[in-house]
Write a protein that binds this ligand. Structure first.
Ligand code: SAH
Length: 213
């Protein structure tokens, strides 16, 4: 059986598993069902691509667990077509899932090695994400405002620049809190100066670090 068939079958099983774990949004399930996670993994780990786990990538970082990617994407409450700023390009898997949801994706990464590898991988795979090397605490002001902002690293303090770059009516999903007590938070910008916050429970992420590397 060609390797790609094997991965197609495993990808289908992953989608079923995510449904069992409570992911219900068709846009998100279809996106996970279409993105070849094996191509975003460290090459020695591709057999594990459809385990629902995070794995190491370059730069001491991780490719997020599929459930986490699905959950964060679901919390963005997308219709498709939104302009989304992602903080933490990492492996590029989450960026690809957002592209597959029909979003216009802007992604910031603070590690040069990951920025370089991943922006060229996304291009090669024809995922139309705009990538930049920079500190996500500053966002990406050039293209602001964004309909959605997705932070994929754990934050101790709410990045003020990101709050400002969110459009009125927009949503930001951000793992926020102290190191071992991160909560999945969703912030809605309700007016120029007002924000509402919802808490979706515990989560685990690599830390969001200041500056570039
Ligand atoms: N979205 C990624 C998750 C990668 S892990 C994926 O699907 O694979 C989190 C990523 O956030 C890492 O690549 C890390 O280098 C990056 N990161 C941490 N702090 C950051 C910051 N201040 N600005 C931009 N990226 C940051």
């Amino acid at each position: 059986m060609p390797a790609s068939y094997k991965f197609i079958a495993r990808r289908k099983n992953l989608v079923s598993l995510l449904q069992q774990k409570g992911i219900t949004t068709p846009l998100v399930l279809n996106a996970i069902g279409s993105v070849p996670r094996e191509l975003f993994m460290n090459s020695s780990l591709i057999e594990l691509a459809y385990e629902d786990k995070a794995y190491p990538i370059a730069g001491g970082q991780t490719i997020s667990q599929p459930y986490t990617v699905a959950r964060q994407t679901e919390l963005l409450d997308l219709n498709g077509g939104e302009k989304v700023l992602e903080i933490g390009t990492g492996s590029g898997y989450q960026s690809a899932v957002l592209c597959a949801c029909g979003c216009h994706v802007y992604s910031v990464e603070r590690q040069r090695v990951l920025y370089e590898q991943t922006s060229s991988l996304l291009r090669e795979l024809q995922y139309d994400a705009m990538c930049v090397y920079g500190d996500g605490y500053e966002g990406w002001p050039q293209y602001a405002p964004y309909d959605r902002i997705l932070v994929t690293a754990g934050c101790h303090e709410l990045p003020v620049a990101l709050l400002k770059q969110l459009s009125v009516g927009g949503l930001m999903v951000i793992p926020f809190g102290k190191d071992n007590e991160l909560r999945m938070i969703r912030i809605r910008r309700t007016s120029e100066n007002e924000y509402e916050r919802e808490d979706f429970g515990d989560c685990a992420f690599v830390p969001m670090l200041k500056g570039v590397q």
